[in-house]
Design a protein around this ligand. Structure first.
Ligand SMILES: CC(C)(COP(=O)(O)OP(=O)(O)OC[C@H]1O[C@@H](n2cnc3c(N)ncnc32)[C@H](O)[C@@H]1OP(=O)(O)O)[C@@H](O)C(=O)NCCC(=O)NCCS
Length: 163
């Protein structure tokens, strides 16, 4: 496995990973798959703003990615970022997410950010525990603030103190 910074041509692989999470999981609270233009614009936006998009490449395939971006748009929130972390179902359980999140936290510290926030659907215990093992603590839960697959979704809010 290689961890590297994403380049614009990775957008097609990011599209596959994103749409799989839309179709099959409650990690993305959206019912509509997106197209390549959407993911290209997202990637370009992140890179041009100086935010990292790290990909895990396995035998030439981008099998997962981790990124962070602004938590909220107003300037007062600029020292806080929100992360995202996704691994293709075919490549889960091999440690990719662990390596990606560790590398992402290193980048955030190098960028001298203050807080990293993770917003996780509350039944996603694997992700909550993965974050907790890196020092994220649960600071709250919003109940029934979303809906997907015919059920209400709760949102667990975690934060990591970076400095
Ligand atoms: C959550 C997700 C990113 C995990 O990716 P992954 O590559 O399969 O995870 P890893 O193999 O790196 O395992 C992560 C941790 O869980 C542990 N783990 C993995 N599978 C496990 C299992 N079945 N039971 C218990 N622990 C498990 C690993 O040992 C690892 O532990 P560590 O934190 O001590 O390193 C992946 O399942 C995914 O993309 N899911 C859909 C999208 C999603 O939920 N994203 C997160 C949104 S916040």
């Amino acid at each position: 496995m290689t961890i590297r910074d994403a380049v614009p041509s990775d957008a097609a692989d990011l599209l596959v990973i994103h749409n799989e999470a839309v179709r099959d999981t409650t990690a993305i609270w959206d019912e509509s798959e997106v197209d390549l233009a959407d993911r290209s614009a997202w990637l370009e936006g992140r890179l041009s703003a100086g935010f990292p998009v790290l990909v895990a490449e396995v035998e030439g395939v981008v099998a997962g990615y981790a990124s962070y971006g602004p938590w909220r748009p107003k300037s007062g929130y600029r020292h806080t970022v929100e992360n995202s972390l996704y691994v293709r179902s075919t490549h889960q359980g091999r440690g990719l997410a662990s390596v990606l999140i560790d590398a992402l936290i290193v980048r955030a510290r190098e960028a001298q950010l203050h807080r990293m926030v993770a917003m996780i659907e509350s039944t996603n215990t694997l992700s909550i525990e993965l974050h907790a093992r890196r020092g994220f603590r649960t600071v709250g839960e919003l109940t029934q603030v979303g809906q997907k697959f015919g059920r209400w979704l709760d949102l667990t809010i975690m934060q990591l103190d970076l400095d």
